[in-house]
Design a protein around this ligand. Structure first.
Ligand code: ADP
Ligand code: MG
Length: 894
């Protein structure tokens, strides 16, 4: 082993380590999202809309208008720069977050040729193949390595396998090649933790060649497109279709009614420029970035910018039970042993409390079966309970289920340390979510003593006898039924139930699954995992918001349902689906079945992936929470993967779109509220930008049909779309949050970025703009420079007014508070000032082909521009009337 890696027990020299670092590269996981500013900048140009603008710039240049083509190019540059800055900033925030997880490693290095070996603390990234690493309790393993020295060494491989049970490591050589990670007992893996003991290991793989590196690589490759990206792409396609179709049609119509080809060519290019909302990408990035910032204030860290909006559209939230709905803090409340039921008092992990029977406090030592249960609990559960002086509270190291068993044993006056001194541990089978039990073999006076703890149905199947008043007797059918009745009884109270069993065995050093049978059933333990504070309200809010919440857990179906009922997730008439039932269904059947399911119980991580696919097959947009490494595939598959910031593993967080800093369900709801707000804001922005486009297109097409000259030039259109609209849309993006974002009505309405209502409004706004502009333009025909200035200014004033139209779908402008969005007021002053520059500043005049206007011109333009306000006010009034008639009708029907 050591020879193959050209190293020795005393480690590498510094020079050799440096050389190998060159060769193997740094020991870091691939970071798929790191992109240079240049790359981001160049990517901004990768959009069909940008291609059209490029083409337009070329055509304009070819038509002889150099200034206009330069304006277009400048705008493209400006867009790309702003976009790149925004995206780059978001990416840096993400990277900063990731650097929090950087750690150090302890290695043995030789001081020089023939020098002595020294322990050195170096950055994780500097570990190379052949390095000897020192492993100590509590440390993170920096690379995949072969153990060469082990003293009671055990690791927590949850980051890799999802199982939090310690895995005992030794130096015995691996027997077979290609063993699964969980069985490679002489290897330690990057990203896992040392939970006990001490050891040395020789590094065999670093960076992306490690086991966890392989998983991280798989994940970075499979990210699906999320809804907003899809919608924007669809929208772009629509825009391009419209541009092409309109250009072709107008070109031929224009030719047919006698316009020259060159004239028509100029018109078509101008039209294309007007249809494209130049301001959209920038505004969108700003709206998303503000949203991300607001969400982080509410404990939801957004990792992918556009994920924000997937939140706005999520319909189903599939959430973990343990830790998200419940506190993940187990307390034993009831014990069934020797045919009797006992109550256990106390709170949390504090070992203060006592055992009661029928309301009377009893001493465990006088009840043989109860005492035996406590003994198994103390021996089989490996978690430790620790009192923290600083925090002045009891906490646990290890699995909460096992911690609860330890606390129970202490309440029954048993000391784990004394027991372990008397019965040293020989071998164990750790707990595993698919096997669902754990077994420990301890030394006994007469040989070995086997203790088993696990899911009750599993333990019961492995048992053939039962203990009563200290005596072993056969497990009769009647007794089995009594035990099963008790499991149901405990589960219905929302208690997590584990069964305890024991057996005598030979004192060997190995324990295999087929050694576990013929057990003597001893007890059932019912433990409570309380709901997290505020979960009930958060769930009620989620429901009001039209979201379906389903719970996913490995726990017993009845327990899961009881907790779901307590939390308000499960309602009478809904169904529970277990892992076994899922296995028996085909994908289509599952997709049909999930409609009425609110609890998935006894599931493994593999089932989660099928559940996600089932919802997606139904066309639902699903958010899914997860923490373990083996949750990563379902986090990636879900439309919105939600990682747990506290209990989650790095890989799960990496696979998620957002991370909940406090693991709290309420933060998902908060994020959804923000997400909906952003979606709504983007809709407003799109409505506003496109109504401008519609106005411009109708103006140009209208001019063509009544044989007027072109009333707008490309540079002017860009001025309107980018400068005038730009400031006003950003201000619109700052609108105060709607009160009813978390109402079901909102959830249903917001299905697509451009729906029928939005389309209607674009027309209602666009028509007065075109008519008004053409009317004013036609008044000034004998002075073309003046006429062009008037049409530009008219459209600009239309935008000033129209921004106020877009604030609400139904509310009249006259009944909304005019200064509740102070940004809009400020933006109005800015664009008025800019328009004055455009009209009166000589340099701007050359760029935009404008000339000074008189007071009289303004007095003509402003009233005409107000027609758009009245048109939209009329539409709002009609909508309100129709609603007030329709709503009682709907109520009568339902
Ligand atoms: P979850 O944690 O989502 O509830 P698990 O798959 O971890 O689901 O647990 C399934 C069942 O296995 C539990 O209901 C309990 O009966 C049993 N169990 C859980 N953890 C342990 C453990 N550490 N030791 C023994 N039994 C356990
Ligand atoms: Mg568990």
């Amino acid at each position: 082993m050591l020879e193959a890696l050209r190293t020795a027990e005393t480690g590498l020299t510094e020079d050799e380590a440096r050389r190998r670092l060159q060769e193997a590269g740094p020991n870091t996981l691939p970071e798929p999202e790191v992109e240079s500013y240049v790359a981001i900048f160049l990517r901004q140009f990768k959009s069909p809309l940008i291609y059209i603008l490029f083409a337009a710039a070329l055509c304009v240049y070819w038509l002889g208008d150099t200034a206009d083509s330069l304006v277009i190019l400048a705008v493209l540059l400006f867009n790309a720069v702003v976009g790149a800055i925004q995206e780059g900033r978001a990416q840096n925030t993400l990277r900063a977050l990731r650097s929090f997880s950087e750690t150090t490693a302890t290695v043995l290095r030789l001081a020089g040729k023939g020098g002595s070996a020294e322990e050195k603390i170096i950055s994780d990234a500097g570990v190379v193949p052949g390095d000897i690493i020192i492993l100590r309790e509590g440390e993170k393993v920096p690379a995949d390595a072969r153990v060469i020295v082990a003293r009671n060494l055990a690791t927590d491989e949850a980051a890799l396998t999802g199982e939090s049970e310690p895995v005992v490591k030794g130096t015995a050589p691996l027997l077979k090649p290609d063993l699964p990670v969980a069985e490679q007992k002489a290897m330690v893996f990057k990203g896992t933790h040392i939970v006990a003991g001490f050891g040395h290991a020789v590094v065999v793989a670093t960076g992306s060649r490690t086991e966890i590196g392989a998983i991280a690589r798989e994940i970075s490759g499979v990210k699906d497109e999320i809804p907003l990206q899809r919608d924007i792409r669809k929208l772009s396609r629509v825009i391009i279709g419209v541009v092409v179709a309109m250009s072709v049609i107008l070109f031929f119509i224009g030719r047919a009614i006698g316009h020259s080809a060159q004239e028509m060519f100029a018109t078509v290019v101008t039209l294309s420029v007007s249809v494209i909302p130049e301001g959209l990408p920038v505004v969108m990035t700003i709206v998303l970035a503000t949203g991300v910032w607001r969400m982080s204030k509410r404990n939801a860290l957004v990792k992918r910018l556009q994920a924000v909006e997937a939140l706005g559209q999520a319909r189903v939230i599939a959430t973990d039970k343990t830790g998200t709905i419940t506190k993940n803090e187990m307390v034993v409340q009831r014990v069934y042993a020797g045919g009797e039921t006992y109550d256990v008092s106390g709170v949390g992990y504090e070992p203060e409390g006592a055992v009661h029977k029928d309301g009377v406090r009893i001493a465990a030592s006088e009840h043989a079966d109860l005492l035996e249960a406590a003994r198994i609990a103390a021996l089989a559960a490996s978690a430790r309970i620790i009192y923290s002086e600083e925090e002045r509270r009891w906490s646990v190291a290890g699995d909460p289920t096992e911690a609860a068993l330890q606390v129970f044993a202490r309440k029954a006056q048993l000391s784990r340390d004394e027991l372990e001194a008397e019965h040293p541990l020989l071998a164990e089978i750790p707990f595993d979510s698919s096997r669902k039990y754990k077994a420990m073999l301890h030394k006994d006076k007469r040989g070995g003593r086997l203790s088993v703890v696990g899911a009750p149905e599993v333990v019961l199947t492995l048992s053939s006898s039962v203990v009563r008043a200290g005596k072993k007797m056969a497990l009769t059918k009647a007794m089995r039924e009594e035990i099963e009745g008790t499991i149901q009884h405990f589960s219905r109270q929302g208690l997590r139930v584990v069964a305890l069993a024991r057996a005598n065995a030979a004192a060997t050093n190995t324990l295999a699954e087929n050694d576990i049978h013929g057990l003597t059933f001893v007890a059932l333990i019912g433990m409570k995992d309380g709901l997290r504070e505020g979960v009930h309200d958060a769930l009620a809010q989620a429901r009001d918001a039209g979201l379906r919440v389903v719970m996913i857990t490995g726990d017993h179906a009845v327990t899961a349902r009881a907790i779901a009922q307590e939390a308000g997730i499960f309602k009478v008439g809904e169904k529970t689906l277990t892992g076994d039932e899922i296995d028996s269904l085909s994908d289509e059947e599952l997709a049909r079945a999930v409609e009425r399911v609110s609890v998935f119980a006894r599931v493994t991580p593999a089932h989660k992936l099928r559940i996600v696919s089932a919802y997606k097959a139904r066309g639902e947009i699903i958010a899914m929470t997860g923490d373990g490494v083996n949750d990563a595939p379902s986090l990636v598959a879900a439309d919105l993967g939600v990682g747990m910031g506290k209990i989650g593993t790095e890989v799960a967080k990496e696979a998620s779109d957002i991370v909940l800093l406090d693991d709290n369900f309420y933060s998902i709801v908060a994020a959804i509220e923000e997400g909906r707000n952003i979606y709504k804001t983007i809709k407003k922005v799109i409505l506003y930008l496109f109504s401008t486009s519609v106005g411009e297109v109708l103006t140009i097409a209208g001019a063509l049909f009544v044989s007027l000259p072109l009333p707008l030039l490309p540079a002017q259109i860009i001025w309107l779309n980018l400068v005038t609209d730009g400031f006003l849309t950003i201000a619109l993006g700052m609108e105060p949050k709607d009160q009813n974002l978390l109402s079901e009505e909102f959830g249903k309405a917001e299905r697509s970025l451009v729906d029928r209502l939005t389309f209607t409004r674009m027309v209602v706004m666009g028509v007065p703009m075109a008519l008004g502009t053409l009317f004013l333009f036609s008044l000034y025909l004998d002075d073309m420079a003046k006429a062009l200035t008037v049409s530009l200014t008219a459209l600009a004033v239309f935008q000033w007014v129209n921004a106020w139209n877009c604030r609400s779908e139904k509310e009249s402008v006259f009944t909304t508070n005019p200064i509740s969005n102070i940004y809009l007021v400020a933006a109005l002053f800015v664009v008025i000032a800019l328009q004055l520059v455009a009209v009166y500043n000589p340099f701007a005049q050359t760029l935009l082909h404008t000339t000074a206007l008189t007071w009289f011109d303004w007095l003509l333009i402003v009233p005409v521009a107000f027609t758009v306000l009245f048109a939209e006010e009329a539409r709002k009034w009609i909508t309100r009337r129709v609603d007030s008639i329709a709503i009682p009708g709907v109520l009568a029907r339902s």
